[in-house]
Design a protein around this ligand. Structure first.
Ligand SMILES: Cc1cc2nc3c(=O)[nH]c(=O)nc-3n(C[C@H](O)[C@H](O)[C@H](O)COP(=O)(O)OP(=O)(O)OC[C@H]3O[C@@H](n4cnc5c(N)ncnc54)[C@H](O)[C@@H]3O)c2cc1C
Length: 481
């Protein structure tokens, strides 16, 4: 076995032929990363009859998916039909494209929108995972109720449910504290043959696989890559998983894969500060609003939580005060993230806006007049000065408020893939045996910045592409010696 140029050797181990390598383990499908994408891919591949090994860098799986609110978008599901919601993959794809300024590949966007209902039916059917349609609010940018989630709206529970499914398959093995360090590729044609992992207590281990699925998310926790591709967020609070250090994208790049949308990301403008808990965006969707430390609103909050992060970060001390009422509090109090906000003391209750302003050190008169102007607009008595048109209902005392900041959640750029989740070179040819999904693949959120991200694009790319990658890799691996 030989190692090529110095710059590649940390990323790729080149070998002339699989028979030249002393493999520690041989299997059909190797999945790298045990988050939402990886677990779904492993299950889908095993369902096809493949022997699967999942490598996970950390002590436990879950990644960003565990931290998420488990909101999965899908169009044309039976949940929607039961609720009388008329929707179609075409409409869903159009809304994704509208949000990303028509910058994502239209055919691939439509394909994942079409596959989204199959994913939700499979998760809730064959996999037996409880999902329901979220009807308490419409996320900005979605014109239909099409978000599906578990009851607690918590990704950690979705991950637990996926692990329970994994236990049903003897053909799936999972290794923890087993970061993949390099891909192994054939030096003649660049086809992928497996990966080298460093397993705690075991050391270096070479896994030979007929197909490899990269499911290790993006580079939100890699300062160097952030500096190169998303410099405006390199110093922002990172609210995602620390394991997401971008090596999957670097491996693909070293093998000649095309990178796409590297400047795109999901951020959030409503993370309780300094508590570090997520104040769900439902608070805004249901009629809440934000003021800065001057007691003034600074933007139409309803435009989208991802881009809103930059608006909050542009305010004094990079914070805002989010104001809502008892109706909104009751609507979301069962969300696990909201419960965490309550338990950490991030949310405070007030009988009046004056008390609220005093508590957060805001100028009282200005805060009161901001509130009155917002209320008038919410009651339809004149246009909102920031152009907001969706308010839920006007707010009534008692009021609630939390100090929030903007944060980076995850990156949306990565390896370009086709409808089979195969990794592509710039000329459109595939890198043999290599698949990617979730944050390792280029997403559907435009080419740069936070504003192309339509709510729940993250799990769309993770779970839909994960399922496609697993099915394709599983089936293809069985036809090979
Ligand atoms: C607070 C929060 C809330 C969110 N809410 C939503 C939501 O409700 N809906 C939505 O659509 N999106 C949401 N997102 C985004 C969503 O969580 C991500 O887009 C999605 O989880 C990505 O899934 P993934 O499988 O690609 O990555 P992950 O779930 O992050 O999994 C990647 C895994 O790979 C492992 N790994 C990394 N490197 C290696 C290596 N070298 N070897 C082995 N393993 C490795 C990591 O440790 C991790 O376990 C949210 C994000 C955050 C931070």
């Amino acid at each position: 076995m030989q190692e090529r140029e110095h710059s590649e050797k940390d990323l790729i181990l080149f070998a002339g032929d699989p028979s030249q390598v002393r493999w520690d383990v041989e299997l059909d499908v190797l999945v790298i990363g045990a988050g939402g994408c990886g677990l779904v891919a492993a299950l889908a591949a095993a369902e096809k009859g493949a022997e699967v090994l999942v490598l996970e860098k950390e002590r436990e799986g879950g990644g960003n998916t565990s931290l998420s609110q488990a909101m999965v978008p899908a169009a044309g599901t039976r949940f929607q039909k039961d609720a009388g919601v008329e929707d179609s993959p075409e409409l869903m794809a159009e809304e994704i494209l509208k949000k990303n300024n028509y910058q994502s590949d239209p055919e691939l966007t439509l394909h994942v929108a079409r596959e989204s209902s199959r994913l939700v039916e499979w998760l809730s059917g064959a996999m037996g995972i409880h999902l329901e349609l979220v009807t308490e609010f419409l996320y900005p940018g979605h014109s239909r109720y099409r978000i599906h989630a578990n009851r607690s709206r918590k990704g950690a529970r979705l991950i637990n449910a996926l692990f329970q499914c994994l236990n049903r398959f003897e053909s799936i093995d999972i290794a923890y504290k087993a970061p993949a360090r390099r891909l192994v590729a054939n030096s003649l044609d660049g086809s992928v043959m497996g990966a080298e992992a460093e397993i705690e207590g075991v050391g270096k281990n070479l896994a030979r696989a007929k197909k490899v699925i990269l499911a290790l998310n993006g580079f939100g926790a890699n300062k160097k890559m952030l500096e190169e591709y998303i410099s405006e967020m390199k110093d922002a609070y990172y609210f995602g998983h620390e394991g997401n250090t971008g090596e999957g994208i670097l491996w693909g790049q070293a093998l000649g894969a095309a990178l796409d949308c590297m400047g795109a990301y999901q951020a959030h403008g409503s993370v309780a500060y300094p508590h570090g808990t997520l104040l769900t965006w439902a608070v805004i969707s249901l009629g809440g609003y934000q003021v800065n430390l001057e007691g003034e609103r600074f933007v139409n909050e309803y435009h989208g939580y991802s881009e809103h992060a930059l608006d909050v970060l542009a305010q004094e001390e990079k914070v805002a005060i989010e104001i809502f009422d008892e109706r909104i509090y009751r609507a979301v109090e069962n969300y696990e993230d909201f419960q965490q906000c309550i338990q950490t003391g991030a949310i405070k209750r007030f009988e009046s806006i004056e008390d609220l302003a005093l508590s957060f050190g805001l100028p009282v008169e200005r805060t009161v007049s901001t509130h009155e102007a917002f209320q008038k607009a919410a009651m339809g008595q004149g246009a909102d000065e920031k152009g907001r048109t969706s308010f839920g209902e006007p707010l009534r005392p008692p009021f609630y408020a939390a100090k929030v900041t903007g944060a980076l959640f995850h990156t949306q750029g990565g390896l370009k893939v086709n409808r089979f989740a195969q990794v592509l070179r710039p000329d459109g040819s595939v890198i043999p045996n290599l698949y990617a999904g979730g944050g390792t693949a280029a997403g559907f959120s435009g080419t740069a910045g936070p504003s192309g991200y339509l709510s729940a694009n993250g799990l769309l790319a993770a779970l839909v592409l994960g399922k496609i990658a697993g099915e394709e890799a599983g089936t293809a691996s069985l036809g090979e010696a």
